[in-house]
Write a protein that binds this ligand. Structure first.
Ligand code: PMP
Length: 453
């Protein structure tokens, strides 16, 4: 056994003690969970917020701190899966919301803030002339794909293996296929309840492999409406695209007349003009979500005017898109302030905090003899239990140790760090260097777990 695996073994053998400490600290959460299982399947309404033995229930959040129902405090690195880029209850967002809510949340009519939020996006993002808002990133992706189909008159979509784009059927293909099948581009619907027909409609290639993507696009160009890709795959493990891959995809799709959709639901935060500005690539369509809603539910998509014009209700045959809460006044008011607060300077600051976090996590893991690679870029990070390079889904899948990750997650909670059980971390404008250092110290204590914590 190498020293690098000794630390992992130690976490494994400490798992019972870690869970016992977790249970002792979170008795009120357990009682809530026991109540929840009667009215909610598995006690939960959202796959991502459940982890065994039961999740922590939160009472309140302020800035980068969360307080659970048992009175424990956490530094929040999860930020509702990266959507709370300004942390919890930012005073300016709270004030804007309070002002709006007092005048109504949704009037069944447009409000000025909807125009302001749309203008904020079109002025920041060079490739986006016009936008439409939805209530989730999932719907934003669904609409972008619909737009691509309507614009090209073709039906197939190409996505990356391991790419997460929400819970729309066509997006739930080969997100976590748990297979090493060598052939492309056969996609695999990710679980029961999805149409088996999806495997013919949705093609899949490996992330960061331009050669395979080019061959598949070339072969399928007559049926292919769009390629959808994140500039950095977040959910699978914060894997940045290589310059060659993402620029190559742009060139190949352009040449084939296939639309390129950047899913920037997460990566918009990477620079003032989004992940696309960072890479210097202009997609045809972009999807949005998370940070643009100021903490309230949101999604959206945008792009070139000639494509977005398909949704123009003044046309005789517009692409259909409606939604009871699309553009609701409360979300628009909060989102507008959130984007105002997200200046280039603040983005640079949280990106530096992200660098500090990645370096710190790897350092303390190394001290504890646990092999860790903290991937990502800017304010987004993912902890992998390996020192090997991580370029795509299969690299992530090879390094996975679910039982160890699960113990590590509970140990982190025991040490006051709130991060995703799968290993995602993000920095927010509510954080200082001292907060990041507190996360690193908590992580150091968690990876150093040795039977007693
Ligand atoms: N695209 C990406 C890249 C995402 O990470 C997510 C959500 N994590 C979505 C789309 C879906 O967004 P929502 O959860 O708001 O539907």
């Amino acid at each position: 056994m190498t020293t690098a695996t000794l630390g992992v073994e130690a976490i494994g053998s400490a798992s019972a003690a870690i869970e016992a400490q977790y249970r002792a600290r979170t008795r009120s959460s357990r009682m809530l969970y026991e109540r929840a299982v009667h009215a909610l399947p598995g006690g939960s309404t959202r796959a991502a917020t459940f982890y065994p033995p039961y999740p922590v229930y939160m009472a309140r959040g302020a800035g980068c701190r969360l307080h659970d129902v048992d009175g424990n405090e956490y530094v929040d690195c999860l930020n509702n899966y990266t959507s709370l880029i300004h942390g919890h209850a930012h005073p300016r967002i709270v004030a804007a919301l309070a002002d709006q809510i007092a005048r109504g949340t949704a009037h069944g009519a447009p409000v000025e803030a909807e125009i302001a939020l749309a203008e904020a996006l079109t002025s920041r993002i060079a490739s986006v002339d016009q936008v439409r808002f939805t209530n989730s990133g999932t719907e934003g992706v669904m609409c972008a794909i619909r737009a691509a189909r309507a614009f090209t008159g073709r039906s197939k979509v190409l996505k990356m293996e391991g790419g997460y784009h929400g819970t729309y059927d066509a997006a739930e293909v080969s997100v976590d296929p748990r297979s090493d099948a060598p052939e492309w581009p056969a996609g695999r619907p990710d679980g029961p309840g999805l149409s088996p027909g999806l495997s013919g409609e949705v093609l899949v290639t490996p992330f960061n492999d331009l050669e395979v993507a080019t061959a598949v696009i070339d072969r399928s160009r007559r049926d292919l409406a769009a390629v959808i890709v994140e500039p950095m795959m977040l959910a699978t493990g914060a894997i940045p695209a290589t310059d060659a891959f993402i620029r190559g995809l742009r060139a190949v799709t352009q040449e084939a007349g296939v639309l390129l959709i950047f899913d920037e639901v997460v990566t918009l935060r990477l620079s003032y003009g989004g992940g696309q500005e960072h890479y210097g690539v202009r997609p045809d369509l972009t999807t949005f979500g998370k940070i643009i809603g100021g903490g309230l539910p949101i999604g959206g998509f945008g792009g070139r005017e000639e494509i977005m014009a398909l949704f123009d209700a003044r046309r005789p045959d517009p692409v259909m898109l409606s939604g009871t809460f699309n553009g609701n006044a409360a979300t628009m008011a909060a989102g507008r302030v959130a984007l105002d607060l997200l200046t280039a300077e603040e983005i640079a600051r949280i990106n530096e905090l992200g660098d500090r976090l990645r370096t710190g996590l790897e350092r303390v893991a190394d001290d504890a003899g646990v092999p860790v690679r903290a991937t990502g870029m800017g304010s987004l990070c993912h902890v992998h239990l390996t020192r090997d390079p991580v370029h795509n889904y299969r690299d992530v899948a090879r390094a996975r140790q679910p039982a160890i990750m699960s113990s590590l997650h509970l140990a982190l909670l025991n040490h006051g760090v709130f991060a995703a059980s799968r290993g995602t971390y993000s920095t927010s404008t509510a954080m200082t260097e001292a907060d990041v250092d507190a996360v690193v110290a908590g992580f150091g204590a968690a990876v150093g777990s040795r039977g007693t914590t």
